[in-house]
Design a protein around this ligand. Structure first.
Ligand SMILES: Cc1cc2nc3c(=O)[nH]c(=O)nc-3n(C[C@H](O)[C@H](O)[C@H](O)COP(=O)(O)OP(=O)(O)OC[C@H]3O[C@@H](n4cnc5c(N)ncnc54)[C@H](O)[C@@H]3O)c2cc1C
Ligand code: FES
Length: 278
């Protein structure tokens, strides 16, 4: 991350963009590893020529083979995935939860298979404001962008993760250390991750900044809690994304200042810009 210029349109060597820009065109890349973490799959893709993504950026992914078409499968648009980790040498990790045909196809890829990747896209997390210690709050597969953010922040952060059950809580293994909550009590705290956040903020709110990604009800709960306590928060949101680079307007979300396209103005938005997370 660098500079404060508003993006590609105003780019010049003297005024670099405030995000990492994707090279033009999608890249055909090899899958180099596939690992299972309970209910999740982590797919590693070798991208040695690609730029290092900012934490919170995403990529549009599609399997190079059998990605829809034919008589019994619908044509697929690529799907959006947060970069979960960036390794030395350029390998990118993506955390997948199989919720439908696109994620299902990607989750069955094996080392040696090929993937189309466009990215990195969007705006990621901004560093914590002066003197504030980051707290990362993730829900379900929304933990993905927080793993690379913890890598970049190093030791100086708390990590609070919420999952449905113990099988999903295995995703916590992507983190150095984390407090876990599960809805059914089968691992960690029995309850919501926002209960852990509430405890964490009690008494220490002046010195904290919250970074959150997860399902909309969780993000709304984080937004409302932080707004009530005056704690700054950055929220990584989701919307259906057809293109990922600003062309289709399919991903617009309302903010206090008007509609923004989440794929270019987000996916990370300052919580103060939002009336509500719907
Ligand atoms: C910026 C961004 C980052 C994302 N990062 C990840 C990630 O790291 N890992 C991951 O597994 N998924 C991630 N997603 C969500 C992922 O793109 C969707 O799960 C995927 O598009 C679903 O495709 P599908 O064909 O498998 O299922 P579909 O049949 O398209 O959808 C299955 C179900 O998921 C819902 N759904 C689809 N897309 C979204 C969406 N974008 N937001 C909320 N609900 C949706 C549908 O309404 C439906 O109920 C991200 C989405 C965005 C916008
Ligand atoms: S996904 Fe097309 S404009 Fe955002």
């Amino acid at each position: 991350m660098s500079g404060a210029a508003p993006g590609a349109a105003s780019w010049s060597p003297a005024s670099p963009p405030d995000r990492t820009l994707a090279p033009l065109g999608r890249r055909r890349l090899p899958v180099v590893a596939r690992r299972e973490y309970g209910a999740y799959v982590v797919l590693s893709v070798a991208d040695p020529e690609g730029p290092a993504p900012d934490a919170g950026q995403f990529a549009m992914l599609a399997a190079a083979e059998r990605w829809g078409g034919g008589t019994d499968a619908r044509p697929f648009l690529p799907r959006a995935f947060s970069v979960a980790r960036h390794h030395a040498g350029g390998t990118l990790d993506f955390l997948l939860e199989d919720v439908g045909p696109g994620t299902g196809r990607l989750a069955e890829l094996l080392p040696g298979d090929a993937i189309w990747l466009l990215g990195p896209l969007g705006r990621g997390f901004a560093p914590p404001r002066q003197g504030r210690r980051p707290i990362l709050v993730g829900g379900g597969v929304g933990i993905a962008p927080l793993a690379i953010w913890q890598d970049r922040l190093g030791e100086a952060c708390e990590v609070l993760l919420g999952f449905r059950d113990a099988a999903h809580a295995e995703g916590a293994a992507l983190f150095e250390r984390a407090q876990v909550a599960t809805d059914d009590g089968s691992a960690g705290h029995h309850g919501l991750v926002t209960e852990l956040l509430s405890q964490e903020l009690a008494g220490a709110r002046a010195a904290r900044e919250v970074y959150a990604c997860g399902p909309p009800p969780m993000l709304e709960s984080v937004r409302a809690l932080c707004a009530g306590l005056g704690v700054p928060a950055q929220l990584a949101l989701e919307a259906g994304m057809a293109c990922g680079y600003g062309a289709c307007f399919g991903c617009v979300v309302p903010t206090r200042a008007g509609y923004v396209r989440l794929c270019v103005d987000g996916p990370v938005l300052d919580a103060a810009a939002l009336e509500v997370v719907a």
